[in-house]
Design a protein around this ligand. Structure first.
Ligand SMILES: [Zn+2]
Length: 150
């Protein structure tokens, strides 16, 4: 699936390979910085390093770092890195999504939903929701949702 991590110029994304977590607790710690997770998804989504408008595809935009929102210079619409992905439309932060993505990529899962929820500080229902979304991404081979891929 295309949730693999390309190396980026800053080398932050390649940190994932060097310090790869070996259990969920380590993964939760590894992904605990929301800005790191944001940068990681930016590098995964736009490997060329230039954010493209999710509406019109234009390659020039203004970025607001405090809100992590781009404003397209073409169509004027705002977009985020989560827009049009499986991570869109939930209040769950990427720092909670990524440990679960990591977990789903493991060949064997040895922790229960309750343990995952406790480690992430979230609910059983939220973990179930994330599993469902991530499984869809694994089936389709992309973390982009249908609407964005079309
Ligand atoms: Zn645009």
């Amino acid at each position: 699936m295309s949730l693999s991590i390309p190396a980026d110029k800053s080398g932050r994304a390649s940190k994932l390979c060097a310090d790869a977590p070996s259990d969920l607790r380590q993964a939760v710690h590894f992904f605990s910085d929301p800005e790191f997770c944001h940068q990681l998804l930016v590098a995964m989504r736009w490997p060329g390093g230039v954010p493209l408008c999710t509406r019109c595809g234009f390659d020039r935009s203004n970025y607001c770092s405090t809100r992590r929102v781009w404003t397209c210079k073409g169509c004027g619409k705002q977009f985020t890195v989560k827009l049009g992905t499986i991570f869109e439309g939930s209040r769950v932060g990427l720092e909670k999504w990524f440990p679960v993505v990591w977990l789903k990529a493991q060949p064997v899962r040895t922790v229960s939903f309750r343990e995952i929820a406790d480690l992430l500080g979230t609910t059983h229902a939220t973990v179930w929701f994330m599993f469902h979304r991530i499984e869809r991404a694994m089936r389709t081979g992309t973390f982009l949702s249908r609407s964005a891929a079309a």
